[in-house]
Ligand binder design. Structure first.
Ligand SMILES: Cc1ncc(COP(=O)(O)O)c(C=O)c1O
Length: 973
């Protein structure tokens, strides 16, 4: 017999949910005959691409992994002592496997639905507590994008809150011992908001200068010197100035904290707490400050509140500060942050506890002392009087530096080479005495001497030689959680216990509109922990990073193909940061043309909150453009405003397809109007999943756009980050793409860096690389079509029950749709009740009240199979029937199954069940929930209570208030 053969493993068939047969059924439910007809009915012909996407054919998982390993192997993983904010570290294997490599953690979204996110909320509160304790500050947020942006946020916050005699001061003192990349990011952020930086030696700063409103200092300094900033800060305070300190988190296990020195803000990165360097990121930037600033802190803060039963429950606190509510008046544009990395660092501290963390600090310091003695013995001069982990060796001349570099590189070692023939050596956790010996050998060879290293060993006792005032005496990590999970079984069970409280893509669809929660395939995730990807320092010499360079150049060219643009910068590490970067590029372009007065950004009223918030950060004035009753941009209003501001027009920010889920027919005309009036068009690419292969930003007439690689291109959301928000630009904007203070990015007129690392969150770029390589141009295009089909299928099934707001000319939605729930309000049913009730059915709610209050925005993505879409629709239809019971009086308006949702197991099993509906209806509302129940662990959370009674750290264990117990926990035995 003859059998037909076919490839058994085609990746796109794994990525796209519905089978061919299911697609036929779905298309007939939608009322169309084929996928292509549906696409023709949905996307306006004027913006359709004429040619297929120019990206090579897709690879199988096996072929991709082989090919990618070969590329990665072109990176040379040398031992890195470069430091400068990036240090080798050990991620405990139990954390690597159970968090970093575990979809239960990495596929969750930002905890908008707190009742099914208590696990990561608790992990984040641990992280905040860890940061507060180590920095000695009163409140911390749940992460920022990196150390550089955290420093820039500190500057912006202090500027916005200037006081007393410095109320109108516009200058900010920056120590010349800040990390160079931090200074670069500060430069980028200062100018547009009218701040002038004064860069100098803090010992010579004139704090009586009335033009200064604040200062920022590095601790330890970039060259490794440890300064006591207490008197500087006191002097600054006398002058109504604020001081921020960028502090190395590990050093704070031994050094007096910034809080104890009086700092107003402490910033930094928690990278060296268990997160691989990853060629620059992603890592969690931290931000901690005083209580007085709690209502103006940038980014997300997790706080404790209570649920409907009065039980302790966590949720995001003080959200009214944030961009999604305050828009152009927000304290920052942060949306996606670095949750997964914050969780890892917080868990690293939980696993080690205060005692072992202190040992890590002490061992690092001991090795630095040992190396210092050895190098001095060889006749080398070391310039740092007090150091924690970094030596500053002064070579006699440039020839000697070259000789050391040559020897070091031959031994596969990287140092930092800087200043006047100086060599920086930063020691770290992932080394021991053997590595110290290797370093000594390098210097001995150059000095032509024999080093006696045979007896080198970490001494049983170490002497800290820096001044008494800088020796940390205060306790840290005294809360119960940091003193309870030190064996592997304990930490494993604790992590699992938290993971089990969270709804992620491992449980079911997360249909969050505008968030594109598609599959994050395992094969895409595997490369991020390849040593050649994970263990690279971002400032390693170029000849060691050829693998990364190839990954960047392939990825950039594929993203150019997908967007139709000429150049891409991979530097921004979130969508919002991409917006800021893109707007800064437009700003630089106008400035280069002498149009410095062009500072008006037109933004439609339906835009995401990050758009106006980013525009303000880029120094622009926001002018809102109306939308019509169909949700489209009101072209007449746009035209009028573009003409009114034609002399000041900088740009339009437009999301496409619109946040209302439609392909606006007038987009080409809209872009033309902006161009005719001298502006540029910035396209927010959050909805790029509805474009790839079918249309493109360049095709609709945009000049710049960001892509959320953590949406369209499969980087998982990590429970609220990491993200990557590269920007693509047309040719004449390419020279302005972001540069970097340490690494030459090869752009003539580059703007200052927007992220600390040259290629932002480089180590997760392989995820998008893998997705594109395995889907190929054809697969990517098919994914877009299926995403549109899945959305239209849900629309077809649900529109009888929930009116769908806004559709295109032929009645089709794009890749998402808005379900109108406002009519239920008159029976007392709020959209939030539906969102919470969905949890009882085993679903994560769609996006609530964005972009229209009182609605749900549903985005299923291409990755969901028909069965999953049907279950979701069944749940929504069943909920509609429950609403009907309230509507027709069968259920009480206040005391009903929707108002009390979600229902916990504890509640359902309680002795005193007094609800007017059965326990069964509460927790097993439909058949599927009997076999696949997801139990929320708390009931409805009272957010207002938590904001009134703000608690943002772990409640300390009583026992640790006892000084004796505390000493046992943190003291050196
Ligand atoms: C339309 C839109 N723009 C911008 C953003 C911001 O992107 P990010 O969260 O990556 O900063 C989002 C995030 O959901 C969005 O939906």
């Amino acid at each position: 017999m003859i059998f037909k053969t076919k490839p058994a493993d085609v990746f796109k068939e794994r990525h796209n949910g519905p089978t061919k047969q299911q697609m036929q059924d779905m298309l007939s439910t939608i009322g169309t005959d084929s996928l292509d007809t549906l696409i023709d009915e949905t996307i306006p012909p004027a913006i359709r691409l004429k040619n297929p996407l120019n990206i090579p054919a897709g690879l199988t998982e096996r072929d991709f992994l082989r090919k990618f390993s070969a590329i990665a192997k072109q990176n040379k993983v040398f031992k890195s002592y470069i430091g400068l904010g990036y240090h080798d570290t050990i991620i405990p294997p139990v954390i690597q496997r159970n968090i970093l490599e575990n979809p239960g953690w990495y596929t969750a979204y930002t905890p908008y639905q707190a009742e099914i996110a208590q696990g990561r909320l608790e992990a984040l509160i641990n992280y905040q507590t860890m940061v507060m304790d180590l920095t000695g500050m009163e409140i911390a947020n749940a992460s920022l994008l990196d150390e550089g942006t955290a420093a820039a946020e500190a500057m912006a916050m202090l500027h916005a809150n200037r006081k007393g005699t410095r109320k109108n001061a516009e200058r900010f003192f920056v120590s010349n011992q800040m990390l160079p990349q931090t200074i670069d990011v500060l430069m980028s952020r200062a100018t547009p908001i009218g701040i002038e930086l004064v860069i100098g030696d803090h010992r010579e700063a004139n704090l009586n200068d009335e033009t200064l409103f604040g200062a920022i200092l590095q601790y330890p300094a970039a060259d490794g010197e440890v300064f006591d900033y207490t008197s500087f800060i006191a002097e600054a305070h006398k002058n109504d100035m604020f001081v921020a300190v960028a502090a190395d988190i590990l050093s704070l296990t031994l050094l007096t904290s910034p809080g104890e020195m009086g700092a107003d803000v402490a910033v930094g990165t928690t990278q060296r707490f268990g997160v691989p360097m990853g060629f620059g990121g992603p890592h969690a930037g931290y931000f901690a400050t005083k209580e007085a600033f709690k209502r103006v802190i940038p980014g997300r803060i997790i706080g404790q509140s209570i649920d409907a039963q009065g039980k302790k429950a966590y949720r995001m606190a003080l959200q009214t500060r944030e961009q999604h509510i305050r828009r152009e008046k927000a304290t920052s544009n942060i949306c996606t942050a670095q949750v997964l990395l914050a969780v890892i660092s917080g868990m690293y501290a939980t696993y080690h506890g205060p005692r072992r963390l202190k040992y890590i600090g002490l061992n690092t310091h001991s090795m630095a002392q040992m190396l210092n003695e050895q190098l001095k013995g060889l006749g080398f001069e070391q310039l740092n009087e007090n150091f924690f982990d970094t030596l500053n060796i002064k070579a006699e001349n440039a020839e000697m530096v070259n000789a050391i570099r040559k020897e070091a590189e031959a031994a596969q070692i990287n140092f930092r080479y800087f200043g006047q023939n100086q060599i920086g050596i930063s020691l770290h956790q992932n080394m021991d005495v053997e590595e110290v010996k290797e370093i000594v050998e390098v210097f001995a060879k150059v000095a032509g001497k024999k080093a006696d290293v045979s007896n080198l060993a970490i001494a049983e006792e170490t002497y800290i030689s820096w001044p008494e005032a800088l020796i940390r005496k205060s306790e840290y990590l005294t809360a119960d959680v940091f003193n309870a999970h030190h064996s592997e079984h304990q930490i494993l069970r604790y992590m699992k216990q938290l993971e089990n409280k969270d709804f992620s893509l491992t449980h079911g669809m997360i249909p969050l509109g505008s968030c594109t929660m598609k599959l994050n395939a395992t094969a895409e995730m595997m490369p991020i922990t390849f040593p050649e990807i994970a263990h690279m320092h971002p400032f390693a010499p170029a000849d060691q990073t050829k693998g990364y360079k190839q990954i960047f150049s392939d990825l950039e060219s594929w993203l150019c193909a997908a967007t139709g643009f000429d150049a891409v910068s991979l530097q921004p590490n979130s969508g919002a940061q991409g917006e800021y970067a893109g707007l800064m590029v437009i700003r630089a372009y106008h400035e280069a043309n002498g149009d410095t007065h062009r500072n008006v950004a037109l933004i439609p009223s339906s835009a995401h909150g990050t758009n106006p918030a980013s525009a303000v950060m880029a120094g622009m004035k926001v002018v809102i453009v109306k939308c019509d009753e169909k949700g489209n941009i009101d072209v007449a209003d746009l035209k009028a405003k573009a003409e009114q501001y034609k002399n000041e027009l900088s740009c339009l920010m437009v999301t496409y397809p619109s946040t209302h889920g439609v392909y606006e027919e007038s987009i080409i005309e809209i872009c033309q109007i902006i161009h005719e009036n001298g502006g540029r068009v910035y396209m927010d690419g959050a909805n790029m999943n509805a474009q790839v292969g079918l249309t493109s930003p360049a095709n609709i007439g945009a000049d710049v756009c960001h892509l959320n690689l953590h949406k369209t291109f499969c980087i998982p959301h990590g429970g609220g980050g990491p993200g990557v928000g590269p920007i693509g630009v047309v040719k004449d904007l390419a020279p302005y793409l972001p540069g970097h203070a340490v690494v030459d990015m090869g752009r003539e007129k580059a703007i200052h860096a927007v992220s600390a690392a040259p290629w932002g969150s480089a180590s997760i770029l392989p995820i998008s690389y893998a997705y594109i390589a395995m889907m190929g141009g054809e697969g990517l295009t098919e994914a877009t079509k299926v995403a549109i089909m899945n959305a239209n299928y849900i629309k077809a099934r649900l529109e009888k029950y929930y009116p769908v707001l806004y559709v295109g000319k032929n009645g089709r939605c794009a890749h998402e749709m808005i379900l109108d729930c406002r009519a239920f309000k008159k029976f007392g049913v709020e959209v939030e009740d539906i969102a919470k009730r969905l949890m009882d059915y085993g679903y994560h709610a769609p996006t609530v009240s964005f972009p229209v209050a009182g609605t749900l925005m549903v985005e299923p993505t291409e990755s969901e199979a028909k069965e999953e879409l049907d279950r979701f629709c069944d749940a929504m239809i069943a909920i509609r029937k429950e609403i009907e019971e309230v509507e027709n009086g069968a259920a009480d308006q206040k005391n009903n199954v929707l108002k009390h949702a979600p229902h916990t197991a504890e509640l359902a099993l309680s002795e005193n069940w007094d609800r007017p509906y059965s326990r069964e209806k509460a927790v097993y509302p439909y058949e599927f929930s009997r076999t696949n129940k997801f139990w929320p662990t708390v009931s409805r959370i009272d957010s207002a209570y938590g904001d009134r009674n703000l608690i943002c750290s772990c409640t300390p264990l009583e026992a640790y208030n006892n000084p004796e117990v505390a000493q046992h926990a943190t003291g050196i035995e």
